[in-house]
Design a protein around this ligand. Structure first.
Ligand code: DC
Length: 245
């Protein structure tokens, strides 16, 4: 008897865009809706910044941070929801979301050697988990330029600042919109002017502006974008004919 095992076709959706567009929440919920896994690449950069700070390494010391990243084992526990990031086997949890890490992470992310190591780590993760919604700043432009669906989420800076203030307030952290807006504009500047993997709209991406759309409607919009770009079989992972295209 011959047993034919159908290969699970890879299916990658990339979501890029600036801070404060709700990318992580949106990517996580879209992945669930489509039956895909969710890769939070910002968490990986944050984990590098956190570990550098914990080990007394200057986040701006490119070569040392790059060496650190190459030595670290960055993995996700895909059994938890959302997948928990493990650094050398230990869950980092909310320690990567502090203001201190947020301040340090731009310097880490602007280092070309660090980016090179991260791109490699992300492609390796995708080779083991090929049915993914992945979000970040360079996923559709650099890491997975041939992804089946590439989405660029955007929103006006003032709106992004307001959302961030609300998120922080929910955690009991009091800030002002002016302070957060200044941080966001500075982060945009650093993200979009760095030489390596700058924040750009990927070639052929679908652009969705979330300024005036509620989160539930954003998810609906993105689902429509994905369904317009890919067949149901491709999305379900059982489209053999599409396995290597
Ligand atoms: O999305 P976030 O705020 O968790 O990202 C943290 C930092 O990492 C932010 O400065 C942007 C950077 N980043 C990046 O440069 N490339 C990615 N693919 C993901 C995040």
């Amino acid at each position: 008897m011959t047993v034919v095992v159908a290969a699970t076709a890879a299916f990658i959706v990339t979501i890029d865009g600036p801070a404060g567009t709700g990318k992580s929440t949106v990517a996580h919920r879209l992945a669930k809706r489509l039956g895909l896994e969710f890769l939070d690449t910002g968490a990986m950069y944050r984990a590098a910044a956190l570990t550098a700070l914990e080990r007394g390494i200057d986040p701006a010391d490119g070569p040392r941070v790059a060496e650190l990243v190459r030595d670290l084992e960055l993995r996700f526990d895909w059994m938890t929801d959302p997948p928990a990031l493990l650094v050398d086997g230990h869950a980092v949890g909310d320690r990567i979301r502090t203001q201190e890490v947020t301040r340090a992470v731009s310097a880490v992310a602007s280092n070309p050697l660090v980016r090179e190591a991260m791109v490699e780590a992300q492609r390796e993760i995708a080779s083991l988990h090929p049915r993914l919604v992945t979000e970040g700043r360079d996923q559709g432009s650099v890491v997975f330029p041939d992804a089946h669906v590439r989405i660029y989420l955007d929103a006006r800076p003032e709106i992004r600042a307001r959302r961030r203030v609300e998120q922080l307030a929910a955690k009991g952290i009091v800030t002002t919109e002016g302070e957060i807006l200044a941080q966001i504009l500075e982060r945009d500047r650093l993200d979009s002017t760095r030489r390596d993997g700058p924040l750009v709209c990927p070639r052929g991406a679908d652009v969705v502006d979330t300024s005036n759309i509620e989160i539930d409607d954003v998810i609906d919009r993105l689902e429509q974008v994905v369904r317009a770009r890919a067949t149901p079989a491709r999305i379900a992972g059982d489209d053999d004919s599409a396995a290597d295209s």
